[in-house]
Design a protein around this ligand. Structure first.
Ligand SMILES: Cc1cc2nc3c(=O)[nH]c(=O)nc-3n(C[C@H](O)[C@H](O)[C@H](O)COP(=O)(O)OP(=O)(O)OC[C@H]3O[C@@H](n4cnc5c(N)ncnc54)[C@H](O)[C@@H]3O)c2cc1C
Length: 432
């Protein structure tokens, strides 16, 4: 047993693995997996621990991604870049920018590792551009028998389709080839809007914007909408003062203090939400895509997120609002709503259907169980699929009803990891 106590960013799960290693090459990963097999240890490479579930937790050999961070190649003509699994997304963004390239879409932070983000289906919002896994065109992996394989839509397509959002269950991903596009600017327009107006205008807001999302403030009828559209420029970033005020002070420092007060005095939450949502003012700026997509999140929270069929989103949100009021919940964190086109990644939350994502959060240390449970019942009543890296209580019996390709993915797992070398308690719940 090591002294290393690994834990998630949100403090939701800890692990004390038997051993740790930080392989610096694919060959070293293969050797580590073979050595673990000889000792009958389970194996798991972790990312930065930004999942809220125990998906990354292991009791066996914990592989750190810290020495697998190289950009192997960038091919602007082919529109691809190959990177090692542990490269942080933000470093990948910078490397791509140096080549005049960018990812088409991403989530709202960029500190995760590439493989960690892809393995749980990390996504942002987009009309045409899907989540990170939908932008993967090839993977290099070390399988349970220590062999090194490459997979893509042409080469072992079943492994490729199953293992892109693979929860670490199919092998250790050592490198990813991502589809990239010429660098682009995004014009961001943020504007408060009444919830009912957003829900009524949803078809138009989704169709007219490259990346549309909104935040609803529980206990109010107020939202903040965000429309990010590809722009010819010129770049007009936020001034350093406004960026500090909005994104550092208001979104982090002040938000942290407000949440502390709300945790202590839950009765003030509705009034606080009314005041803070009314205090929002419209703003617009134009900047490099990755700087618009991602921001810094310092306030710690727990989160559950479900993907529901996009067409049922209005009724789901209206019911969520009724549940918050009826259930006596006090929720200081806005509910985030995003969208994704259908993709072909078997275990992706957007597999085969246009999806709306509803993410609910609770400030650290605040009871969240009954709020999440009430909303989870709503999301599952419409066939929702839980984000693999965010809190949920679903097991295989539910998941096989909402993932039509789960059986095919499990057959691939039986082929590449019959002894469950890459298993852990989370996978026993959701896949076994
Ligand atoms: C503040 C915050 C904001 C977030 N924003 C978003 C968002 O906008 N959109 C969204 O969809 N999600 C979001 N998330 C969730 C987050 O993106 C995912 O949970 C993601 O998986 C975390 O990446 P990680 O590098 O921390 O991986 P970890 O959480 O450490 O690991 C995730 C999984 O990947 C596996 N894994 C890691 N590396 C490898 C490898 N090399 N080979 C095989 N398996 C591997 C792990 O074993 C584990 O199963 C957010 C989370 C936080 C805390």
């Amino acid at each position: 047993m090591t002294d290393v106590m690994w834990h998630t960013w949100a403090g939701t799960h800890q692990a004390r693995p038997r051993r740790t290693a930080a392989p610096g090459s694919t060959a070293q990963v293969a050797a580590a997996v073979s050595a673990a097999a000889a000792e009958d240890l389970r194996v798991r490479m972790v990312g930065t621990g930004h999942s809220f579930t125990d998906v990354a937790v292991t009791d066996g050999l914990l592989l750190s991604p810290a020495s697998l961070t190289r950009v192997r190649s960038v091919d602007p003509a082919a529109g691809t870049a190959t990177v090692e699994a542990g490269l942080p997304l933000c470093d990948f963004n910078e490397a791509l920018a140096e080549h005049g390239l960018a990812l088409a879409n991403m989530g709202d932070i960029a500190v995760q590792t590439m493989a960690g983000a892809v393995q749980t289906g990390t996504h942002g919002t987009g009309r045409d551009a899907g989540g990170l896994a939908a932008q993967v065109v090839g993977m290099e992996m070390v399988l349970a028998d220590g062999s090194v394989v490459e997979c893509s839509a042409e080469r072992d397509p079943d492994l490729f389709h199953a293992a892109r959002v693979g929860l670490g269950a199919f092998g250790v991903v050592t490198a990813l080839t991502m589809a990239v596009r010429p660098a682009f600017l995004l014009h961001a327009r943020e504007e408060p809007m009444r919830l009912e107006e957003v829900l009524e205008r949803l078809p138009e807001l989704r169709a007219d914007n490259d990346h549309f999302e909104f935040f609803w403030f529980p206990h109010t009828n107020n939202t903040n909408t965000k429309r990010n559209n590809i722009s010819e420029g010129p770049a007009r970033p936020l001034s350093p003062l406004r960026a500090w005020l909005d994104d550092d002070f208001l979104s982090n420092t002040l938000f942290e203090r407000v949440n502390r007060v709300c945790r202590r005095f839950p009765r003030v939450v509705p009034a606080v939400n009314r005041i803070s949502s009314r205090a929002l003012s419209a703003r617009g700026y134009t900047d490099a895509s990755h700087r618009v997509f991602a921001s810094v999140r310092n306030v710690r929270f727990v989160e559950m997120e479900y993907a529901v069929p996009a067409e049922v989103l209005p009724e789901v949100l209206r019911e969520a609002r009724a549940i918050v009021d009826r259930g006596g919940h006090r929720v200081s964190f806005p509910v985030e709503v995003r969208f994704a086109p259908a993709d072909d990644v078997w275990l992706s939350t957007a597999y085969g259907r246009e999806s709306a994502y509803v993410a609910v959060h609770m400030y650290q240390g605040t009871p969240y169980e009954s709020y999440f449970a009430d909303l989870e019942a709503l999301f599952t009543s419409v066939g929702g699929r839980p984000h693999w890296g965010k809190m949920h209580t679903r097991d295989r019996s539910y998941l096989e009803g909402v993932y039509p390709m789960l059986d095919r993915a499990l057959a691939v797992r039986d082929r590449v990891d019959p002894d469950r070398r890459f298993g852990n308690a989370y996978l026993e719940r959701v896949l076994d």
